[in-house]
Design a protein around this ligand. Structure first.
Ligand code: SME
Length: 128
């Protein structure tokens, strides 16, 4: 399945991407559709509006959290996570899913990651 292939590529090719997942919007909930990392997350479903993931789904804009310990919205999955990026996947401007990436390094994500992952999200929008 294409979602799993994309998750695998991102995880294998970019070392600072410690955990990579794709959530899809199903009604009022984000549902984990594919993931890769050393541990499974307990957050396989997230209500829209909850956590950093739910925020990105509601606003339709990329969320970049440089230090997860300082973001009150953050839903903790892994003790080792220090920073996170969430990039919405949109079809005709409506959010249909998102790419969620955790890193064990603080400040792991920059404008280059935002540009790159927004392009990946654009490419994925035809496949979900
Ligand atoms: N940290 C996310 C939850 C998903 S896990 O990172 C896999 C959040 O705050 O929404």
């Amino acid at each position: 399945m294409v979602l799993q292939k994309v998750v695998d590529c991102l995880y294998e090719d970019i070392e600072k991407y410690t955990w990579v997942g794709i959530y899809l919007v199903r009604g009022e909930t984000l549902v984990l559709a594919a993931w890769r990392g050393t541990q499974a997350t307990e957050h396989t479903t997230i209500p829209l509006g909850k956590g950093v993931c739910g925020a990105a789904a509601c606003t339709g804009t990329t969320e970049l959290v440089n230090d997860v310990s300082k973001d009150k919205r953050y839903l903790s999955c892994f003790l080792s996570t220090r920073s996170e990026i969430v990039v919405p996947i949109k079809k005709t401007r409506i959010v249909r899913g998102e790419i969620d990436i955790d890193s064990d390094s603080p400040n792991a994500f920059d404008a280059g990651d935002v540009l790159f992952l927004e392009k990946v999200a654009d490419m994925l929008s035809g496949h979900i």
